[in-house]
Design a protein around this ligand. Sequence first.
Ligand SMILES: [Zn+2]
Length: 344
Amino acid sequence: MAKRKIMTAKRLKKRRLRRALWIVSVIAFALAMGQYAEKINAAREASADSQPIISADYPAPAVKENKDEQKISESSTQELTSDFIVKVKSKDGEIIEQNLEEYVSGVLAAEMPVNFDLEALKAQAVAARSYCIYYLGKNDYIPAGVSAQDWLSEEEQRERWGDNYENYRQKIVQAAAETKGEVLLWQDSVIEAVYHASCGGYKTASAADVWGGYIPYLQSVDCPHGEDKHSKKENRFSKAELAESLGAPAKGEIKITAKDASGRVAEITVGGEAFQGNEVRSALGLPSTVFTVKTKGDEVIITTDGSGHGVGMCQYGANYYALEGWDYKQILAHFYQQTELGKV
Ligand SMILES: [Zn+2]
């Protein structure tokens, strides 16, 4: 009896120990998941700033003469109509209701150089429409600006384009009208069609490499831009400045220690401390994570290629392919793998 009692006490102790261990591991798991989610959110926020690109800063690409004039069709003079109403929050905080096609033309005006080839603008129209519908599946309205995609009201378009307003307006209306209602689908759902200004002219990035979550239609794909890699930029910092922005040791070597499959910097070490490429991009305000690092005395020169997070359609790549003769459907199928076109 006494022996059994001892055994039971031992067993009880073991059970308590097991339970305690289980509770500890559950808490540890929850904490780890929390940190993981925070990391993903931080990475997304860090790269969100680059998603909508106002293209005025970028050099105009080569456009074949008269090509667009030849293509201007009846649709450019049509009114943009849709039964789908979008609530858009303008930059001054006003909620404006617009039909979907009118909204899409406002995104085109804000997000892509209007002198890009018409097929690139049409691809952008489908991406913008898809992104909007995906976004409104989770939100009541879509803001104009960095947290979603940029958009210009007709008044803002007039201001930006001045004397060219009529011509430019005609072109974006045509791009929206000729793709009216078209969206990208993956397994019958409208996709999160993110895009960026320029991948740097080599490869786009996968969502997994940039944000840490696998998305089947946001894979790394080839993206040559011809000679022009777009927006090569030298970003200069003093060693002290760089260390302070990163919260890193001020002394020691600065070295790229890992790159992802598309050639973007995944990790950089500063004075022996490791930082993610995205972290560095956001802390230093770099246009992209495609970069090289050189030090010259007290100066650090970070040369970046391209602009934006690099995921989804590359606008300069889209224009390159359009000038090579691809139509907007081929461009979209390339940048958003495994998707198909549908209608809303
Ligand atoms: Zn590209």
